[in-house]
Design a protein around this ligand. Structure first.
Ligand code: ATP
Length: 671
């Protein structure tokens, strides 16, 4: 299914196989490229053709008019495409193969015989066609056809504005209509529609795309939280008010309510939408727009409970502080081990702390740790140390008192480098606060990970879980992450093709091992990306943070909306994540939006030209084998197949990559 301007379009595609066709897969001839048996039919239909439509190559056009319009005025081009798609879709049954064949060449050259009114009329007629659905005898006197005018010819049920002669109201009562109105897309953007959004909106249970942007609508948005499949909600540039609509943000691909009058706290948008989606609403507050919400702000449902929890947290903190001072004053409390105070750790560690960044975590993040300090004895007993020899006997209190450095804040928490025993042991500690996992589930996962050890998997060495906090302790990896290698300060250094292939092979093997071992337990990685591929002293890559998150990567296939909510989805998401890592190794390009943008870019380049453009220039200058790079790219494309069910499993991926590695090894012995 295509989105954007092509949504709802229907294409007839004729595929001819060459007489000499003898390969197991198909070629790119369909888009005018030279023969290459690299891709199978599903790649062509699911990826290349949609990509060709969404990212046409105007510098090498089949249709010059279309290309020049696209270059000159993208908006008008999109509009033209939309009109053409609507037209072809409505008239689909009447279109012969020959007509379909010629229509592709005429997108921009086509002169639209209809004005805007005709477009509106066409939608009305289409609407009635659906309602009638062939079951009801349609009386000619009803109108509702393309040869008459809804206002002048007084279509049944239609009332018009007496001055503007535009349709104002449609009432279709008791006409015995039986058709099905499966509205998946409600799009009325760029008009001057004013008034209220009807409450009945919530009855459109099949709605996927809702776009009322650029109008003059001025009501609250009705409660449409029950529309579970909504993937687009665009309402920017109106005068809408009230609270931000309560939607399933983890499902939405597009969301924008900027330039309205919305007010109140912004709900948890799962990190998917930035301030741009909310700007121009001075009454909104929350982290996304960097405007703290006043304490009096109340929200219904979940968020009010959350806020209550936050404010209760503050209250508890205040109470702790008061108690702490009281205890100090009356001298009833000894500050030796339990108290989290600056003096306590400086006395033990100040001679070890040389730089300002290497402060104790307790000093640096005192407020963050004050909750843990509430009952430090309980905490001490609940750090679970796993089987790693590095940290035997480690206590929670050792971790808290050791000098620490904040390495980064990811989507799911903060990561600290913790130095124990005068720097002899260095650990990485991930702190995840709001995590919906239960302690039991965390324990189960940690145990399984501990049992399923792979030499290249960075398994946790200890963990701690309480209601407020979860800590996961890993061995510190001194040589940074793959992300850093590619984009960090050392990124200028040569990064050989052989090393990249090696990394790909090791990571694939590691992941395949984990999937095999933990498949039955439903534990996938869930958040595979280049910051989670770390290098040890020998520069061997290892996967870290395995099994922490349920599902992060979203395929850009809209059909897989619900995909990934089960553990099978998470395994397939890992394969997608691995595909993006391969793309990074091949292209050296940064990734945004979980790799979807990189995947799209690669597809667009591959589709347009099928040249080596896509590869990192350093690889080309190293004289790396083009054939093997193309083969690795092919594997990456299989992994990021928009249809998760079509992705290979990791054992297949390992086989393919190892085959490439063998070829590479043979070629280096026998150049
Ligand atoms: N064991 C480790 N040793 C050394 N560096 C690490 C270790 N674990 C993570 N890092 C690095 O610390 C930084 C922060 O990691 P963190 O996991 O908090 O964020 P992230 O991976 O960017 O995002 P996310 O929260 O989605 O995992 C990253 O650059 C990561 O590569």
């Amino acid at each position: 299914m295509l989105i954007g301007v092509y949504e709802g379009g229907v294409w007839k595609i004729r595929v001819e196989l060459p007489d000499a066709y003898s390969f197991g897969s198909l070629c790119l001839d369909v888009i005018n490229q030279s023969w290459s048996p690299m891709f199978d039919l599903s790649n062509i239909f699911d990826v290349f053709l949609p990509q060709l439509l969404l990212y046409p190559n105007p510098s090498d056009p089949l249709n010059r008019d279309a290309a020049s319009l696209m270059m000159k005025d993208r908006k008008q081009y999109d509009q033209k495409v939309k009109e053409r798609v609507d037209e072809e879709t409505v008239d689909d049954e009447d279109v012969t193969d020959e007509e379909t064949g010629s229509s592709d060449d005429e997108i921009a050259g086509h002169v639209d015989p209809y004005g805007e009114d005709e477009q509106v009329k066409r939608s009305h007629v289409g609407f009635m066609d659906r309602l009638v659905a062939g079951n009801v005898e349609r009386d000619q006197s009803w109108g509702w056809n393309m040869t008459s005018d809804p206002c002048k010819d007084k279509w049944l049920g239609v009332s018009c504005d007496s001055q503007s002669k535009l349709v104002k109201k449609v009432v279709l009562k008791q006409l015995n209509l039986t058709g099905v109105l499966d509205i998946g897309c409600l799009q009325a953007d760029g008009n001057q529609i004013s008034g209220h959004l009807p409450d009945s909106l919530k009855q459109l249970g099949d709605l996927k795309r809702f776009d009322i942007s650029d109008n003059n609508l001025s009501s609250k948005v009705p409660d449409i939280s029950g529309i579970s499949g909504l993937i687009t909600f665009l309402a920017q540039n109106n005068e809408l008010s009230g609270e931000v609509p309560n939607l399933d943000f983890s499902n939405l691909l597009q969301f924008n309510i900027s330039n309205n009058n919305f007010s109140g706290p912004i709900p948890d948008v799962k990190g998917r939408f930035s301030a741009d989606s909310f700007s121009g609403n001075p009454g909104l507050c929350g982290e996304v727009v960097s405007r703290p919400c006043p304490p009096s702000t109340r929200k219904s449902g979940d968020s009010s409970t959350k806020q209550f929890a936050i404010y209760s947290g503050y209250a508890a903190l205040g109470l702790v502080a008061v108690l702490f001072i009281a205890f100090k004053l009356v001298g009833k409390m000894k500050l030796k081990q339990d108290t989290i105070a600056v003096e306590a750790n400086t006395s033990k560690h100040n001679n070890k702390t040389s730089s300002t960044s290497n402060k104790s975590m307790i000093t640096e993040n005192k407020s963050e740790y004050s909750i843990s300090s509430f009952d430090s004895r309980a905490v001490l007993s609940s750090l679970v140390v796993l089987t790693s020899p590095t940290v035997q006997g480690l206590r929670f209190d050792d971790l808290l008192r050791a000098p620490a450095e904040l390495l980064g804040k990811g989507k799911h928490g903060s990561l600290y480098k913790v130095m124990l025993d005068n720097g002899a042991t260095t650990l990485a500690m991930k702190r995840i606060r709001e995590w919906s996992i239960t302690s039991e589930e965390l324990k189960r996962r940690m145990r399984r990970l501990d049992q399923a050890r792979h030499p290249n998997l960075l398994a946790p060495v200890a963990f701690y879980s309480s209601k407020q906090d979860n800590l996961l302790v890993y061995e510190y990896q001194p040589n940074g992450s793959l992300f850093r290698l590619l984009h960090g300060p050392e990124s200028g250094q040569a990064f050989e093709w052989e090393s990249r292939l090696n990394i790909a092979a090791i990571v694939a093997e590691e992941l395949a091992f984990m999937h095999e071992e933990l498949g039955e337990d439903g534990i996938a990685h869930g958040n595979l990306k280049s910051t989670n591929i770390l290098f040890n002293q020998n520069m061997d890559p290892s996967i870290s943070e395995y099994g922490l998150m349920e599902f992060q990567h979203q395929s850009f296939d809209l059909q897989s909306d619900n995909f990934g909510k089960d553990s099978y989805g998470s395994f397939k998401a890992d394969i997608y994540g691995f595909g993006v890592i391969l793309l990074k190794l091949l292209t050296w390009k940064p990734v945004q939006a979980n790799g979807i943008d990189l995947a799209r870019w690669v597809h667009s380049v591959v589709t347009e030209e099928w040249t080596v453009e896509v590869f990192d220039k350093a690889l080309i200058s190293q004289d790396a084998s083009e054939e093997r790079m193309l083969n690795l790219l092919q594997i990456a494309l299989k992994c990021i197949n928009p249809n998760p069910y079509e992705r290979p499993n990791l054992n297949q991926v390992v086989l393919m990559i190892n085959r490439l590695k063998d070829e590479e090894d043979r070629s280096s012995f026998d150049p």
